[in-house]
Every structure is written in structure tokens, then in C-alpha cells.
Design a protein around this ligand. Sequence first.
Ligand SMILES: NC(=O)c1ccc[n+]([C@@H]2O[C@H](COP(=O)([O-])OP(=O)(O)OC[C@H]3O[C@@H](n4cnc5c(N)ncnc54)[C@H](O)[C@@H]3O)[C@@H](O)[C@H]2O)c1
Ligand SMILES: O=c1ccn([C@@H]2O[C@H](COP(=O)(O)OP(=O)(O)O[C@H]3O[C@H](CO)[C@H](O)[C@H](O)[C@H]3O)[C@@H](O)[C@H]2O)c(=O)[nH]1
Length: 339
Amino acid sequence: MKILVTGGAGFIGSHTVVELDKAGFEPVIVDNLYNSNPGVLEGIKKITGKDFPFYEIDCNDSEKIRALFEKEKFDGIIHFAAYKAVGESVEKPLNYYENNLISLLVLLRAAQEFKVPNFVFSSSCTVYGQPDAIPVTENTPRKPANSPYGNTKAIGEDIIRDYVYAKSGVRAISLRYFNPIGAHESSLIGELPNGVPSNLVPFITQTAAGLRQSLTVFGSDYDTADGTCIRDFIHVVDLAKAHVKALELLGEQTESDYYDVFNVGTGEGYTVLDLINTFEKVNGVKLNYTIGPRRAGDVEKIYAQSDKVNNVMKWHAEKTMADALKDAWNWQLKITAQQ
Ligand SMILES: NC(=O)c1ccc[n+]([C@@H]2O[C@H](COP(=O)([O-])OP(=O)(O)OC[C@H]3O[C@@H](n4cnc5c(N)ncnc54)[C@H](O)[C@@H]3O)[C@@H](O)[C@H]2O)c1
Ligand SMILES: O=c1ccn([C@@H]2O[C@H](COP(=O)(O)OP(=O)(O)O[C@H]3O[C@H](CO)[C@H](O)[C@H](O)[C@H]3O)[C@@H](O)[C@H]2O)c(=O)[nH]1
């Protein structure tokens, strides 16, 4: 089974390529390297011993995507490629709508034209906004998005649902990721965004490594045990494995208009300070941080109810937040030593 992995040189995509290979799928990577670099492909090669096809293509380029689909006969698509910085999306909404939605339309059109039957979409728990009750199930109502980025995920889900139900011949699953963190245990791939990280854990590891002066904890006056936000932090390798399960589930469907959504989280919520304390403890390092004001658009607390993904996909988180923070730190040490 040949699987197109868009954004396959990115953080979650690269770990998914490794898990796809382990499960016997043949990944083909497409990435424009906007938020990644060719070193990721080297890391994947060292882990798997294989040199998967890589195309440096922008997914918005419908001609190049059509040519690719003509050349490679795909059995499935996992669509990771997108911009993901929430704050930046508020400042540059059109960039986000354009990149995240046009690429989706281009791929869905190609899937229909070239009869690729399976599609997995990277959605996000951001579609729940600040839910009235936690943990959230897939039936928890979606709230209006807090940011243009979040809106691209909500609109993306709706586009895919309408497309599947219009008998496009493509079955699809949207995975609503909670907060992926960590790195591959080999330290050969991990999270290395271009520029200043906007996500918590790469900012922490870069600060602990001395590349950044200090982490700012955004807000300590939330209605939580220690006043900082609560998130469901999931090891990126566990999340990667959920994509394999999603493809397997799609393959079992007899109806051509199957569409479903799944939360992918651990089912446990931790505060930002819990995470910082665990990072310091498991790695024996001291983190320089200060408490700052709240960040606009942040949700106070959210974590997943993961019964559906546990029962229907037979997927369970296997790794802990401590495992993820050890792996993230080992990865940071490795890349810092190389720089
Ligand atoms: N990391 C998170 O916290 C998180 C949570 C929920 C959902 N998601 C979603 O998961 C997906 C992957 O996230 P990630 O954390 O791996 O991000 P990432 O930035 O590391 O990976 C995305 C990859 O897509 C590439 N890309 C972006 N636009 C492209 C385009 N037009 N054409 C080709 N390649 C393009 C980038 O270069 C990058 O390598 C995204 O859709 C993101 O919105 C991420
Ligand atoms: O320097 C930082 C960075 C983050 N945080 C806090 O750490 C928590 C996690 O923040 P992230 O930016 O790592 O992730 P978010 O929870 O904001 O995640 C959002 O953005 C992600 C993509 O960047 C995903 O799409 C995700 O589903 C969506 O909710 C938040 O409370 C945030 O305020 C800090 O205190 N300091």
C-alpha cells in the first residue's frame, strides 16, 4: 500500500513515515520544506534503512500534484502539510486560509480524479475551543474557532465530510490531535521548527540548551490547580501510530462514503507547570522561566476522552509525558551538539 504523506518532513509527518514503514506501508513524502529541512530525510533513512521517495512540492501547486498522482499510484493519503502557528495566523489570516485550505482542495480533487480511496486529515483539538465540560468527546460541540488557524481545521473537517458524503469515492478520517510532544527514541528525528518555536516543548528544550534565554509561561491566573493552562500532552510516536490504525480502519470499511472523527490524546490533562517540573526532574536540568501574561487565544483547559479511539481503532497511548520529555531533551542535545 503506497501512502502519500504530505508534510512528511515535518514533526508529526516524519515520525509517521517511520511507523508506516514498520507497519508495511510504502510512504512517499511531499514537503515544500517551509518548516522543515532535508536533514529530517537523513534521519528517517538512518532509522528505517530506506530511502523513501521525496518530492519537494508545494501542495497548493495543482499541476505538480496531478503529475505526481499520475506517476505514483497511491492507495492512501495522510495530509499533514499546513501552517500551524496560532498567533501568526491571527496576523496573517489569508496566508493560513490559502495554505491550509487550497492544499486540501487540491489533494481532494486529485484523490477523486486518480481514485485514491483513503484519506486521513490532521485536525486538532482546537476545533473544540474552550469546551463547557472536559474531557471532550467527539460529540462535544465544536465552538467557533479562536484563531484563523483553528478555523482552517474546522472548515477542513467540514469540506472533507461534505466531499465524502457526495460519493467522491474517497473514505476519510479526521484525527483531532491534542498536544504532540517528544521525539523518536533514536534521537534521529524530533521537533525542529524553523525560527522561534511557538509551541511549548521546543521552546523549553531550546531554552534549557542555552539557545534561548528564558521561557515565558503564558498566564498563571487560570482556574486550574496551579493557575497555568491544562493540556493533553501526547508522545509524537504514539500519535504517529494512530495514523497507521486510521489507515487500517479505512481499509476495513465496506461503504465508500465512510467518514469519521477521532480524538487522539492520552485522556490525561497536565498543567504547563506540571510539564516544566517533570522536564526538570526527569532530565536533571534547571529551566530558566518566568511567568508572563496570558497569550491571546489560549484555551484554559482541555484534554481528551479517548474511549472512541481506544475501542474503535484499538489504539492506546503507550508512552508517558515523562518519556516524551526525556526523548525531546535527548533530541535537543543531539542537534545542539551538531550545530
Ligand atoms: N504540532 C501540533 O501541536 C499539532 C496539533 C494539532 C494538529 N496539528 C496539525 O498536524 C499537522 C502537522 O503538524 P506538525 O506539528 O508536524 O507541523 P510541521 O510544521 O512540523 O509539519 C508540517 C510540514 O508541512 C510542510 N508544509 C507546509 N505547507 C506546505 C505546503 N503548502 N506544501 C507542502 N508542504 C507544506 C512544512 O514544511 C512542514 O514540514 C499540521 O496540519 C498541523 O496543523 C499539529
Ligand atoms: O512559550 C510558551 C509556549 C506555550 N506556552 C503554553 O503552553 C501550552 C501549550 O501551548 P502550545 O503552543 O504548545 O500548544 P497549544 O495548546 O496552543 O496548541 C494549539 O496549537 C497547536 C499547533 O501549534 C495545535 O494545533 C493544537 O491543537 C492547538 O490547540 C499553552 O497553555 C501555552 O500558553 C507557554 O506558556 N509558553
